[in-house]
Design a protein around this ligand. Structure first.
Ligand code: DAH
Length: 350
């Protein structure tokens, strides 16, 4: 009887070895495992038959069946390990990295001309002791106009066609609003020297005007501030941004928040003043508006115009970038065409 079982043991292991030879994947192995160890498997059925064996033989035959089970399990586990190892080897081989191959070229982003010029302006004014401030883009009529000497019904409002959100709130049309906020927050505590670059909005849409554009404003308030200080400051700015040879001239102008007001021109940095298409043959380019802070503005923001004076200036950032980098259409500034933006890689411009 025991002999029969031992013979069976050898037969089963021979058959299993043959089956395992045909196994290529884990899935194949699952089927083989089921054939021997599953519910209806060869080894399982053998064990089930134990109950039919006479009690005195059960011990020795039970041991043989256990040996069969151990041998079968071991062979299957060995095959399982082998398959896993092969799989890992293949994976390592497939994923091998040849570090001697040339790398893919990474495309680096470049600085947007708008940010580029904003940074230049900020660096310059910070070097002269100015703070860089910002203010809300959704502004009240009071800070955008009234505190800047532009009462309700003032005709200058028509030139700044505004996006009103409700009766009192609008998207700011000018960064001049930050002048009022800064003075109010400071009220005669210390001199003010600030610039505030930021977004502004008007109902415009053509090649040189966009519904959203950037402006920056400068404001200096102190006890003895003169028009000559303003001119000196703007000369430094023009030379730094547009070149050492740039000249600056003042023309009388009008802005409600300054008195006197000036329009500031710079000599054409493209033709050097001889006359070209950029300066429309005049030799000069309009750069910004400026002036001495109007006494009404000082007063409505808490300053005594008898004690304090100030100058202010403001202009469009997109316009400056367009002039400096020869950009013909303001819409190029925000349509995100990569071919346009790529030209402003640090390496390619001075
Ligand atoms: N806020 C004016 C504009 O949007 C620009 C400006 C002119 C600002 C003269 C000033 C200034 O501070 O003094 O057109």
């Amino acid at each position: 009887m025991e002999k029969d079982y031992e013979k069976r043991n050898i037969e089963i292991l021979d058959e299993l070895k043959k089956d395992l030879d045909g196994v290529k994947t884990s899935n194949d192995l699952v089927l083989v495992k089921a054939k021997y160890l599953g519910k209806e498997g060869i080894v399982t059925l053998l064990s089930k038959k134990m109950k039919d064996i006479e009690p005195e033989k059960r011990g020795s035959i039970g041991k043989i069946i256990n040996d069969i089970r151990t041998n079968v399990t071991t062979l299957i586990e060995e095959k399982d390990n082998y398959i896993k190892e092969e799989l890992l080897k293949k994976k390592l081989n497939d994923e091998k990295i040849d570090i001697t191959l040339p790398s893919k070229k990474l495309r680096r982003g470049s600085m947007h001309p708008f940010n580029r010029i904003t940074e230049e302006i900020e660096d310059l004014f910070v070097s002269m002791g100015y703070d860089v401030l910002s203010g809300p883009e959704l502004e009240t009529d009071e800070y955008c106009f009234q505190r800047l000497n532009i009462p309700l019904g003032h005709p200058v409002r028509d030139t700044q066609d505004s996006f009103y959100v409700d009766v009192d709130h609008l998207l700011r049309t000018q960064t001049s609003s930050v002048q009022a906020r800064c003075m109010e927050a400071n009220v005669e505590k210390s001199p003010i020297r600030m610039i505030c670059p930021g977004k502004t909005y008007r109902r415009d849409d053509d090649a040189t005007h966009s519904h959203q554009f950037g402006q920056f404003e400068g404001l200096v308030i102190d006890k003895d501030v003169t028009l000559a200080n303003l001119k000196g400051t703007l000369e430094v700015m023009a030379k730094t941004l547009l070149g050492e040879k740039t000249k600056v001239r003042f023309r009388p102008s009008f802005f409600p928040f300054t008195e006197p007001s000036v329009e500031v021109d710079v000599s054409c940095f493209k033709c050097g003043g001889k006359g070209c298409s950029l300066c429309k043959n005049t030799g000069w380019i309009e750069l910004l508006g400026a002036g001495m802070v109007h006494p009404n503005v000082l007063r409505s923001n808490g300053y005594d115009p008898e004690k304090y004076k100030g100058f202010a200036f403001g202009t469009g950032i997109d316009r400056l970038a367009m002039m400096k980098y020869n950009i013909p259409d303001i819409r190029l500034m925000y349509t995100n065409d990569i071919r346009f933006l790529k030209q402003f890689d640090r390496k390619e411009l001075k």
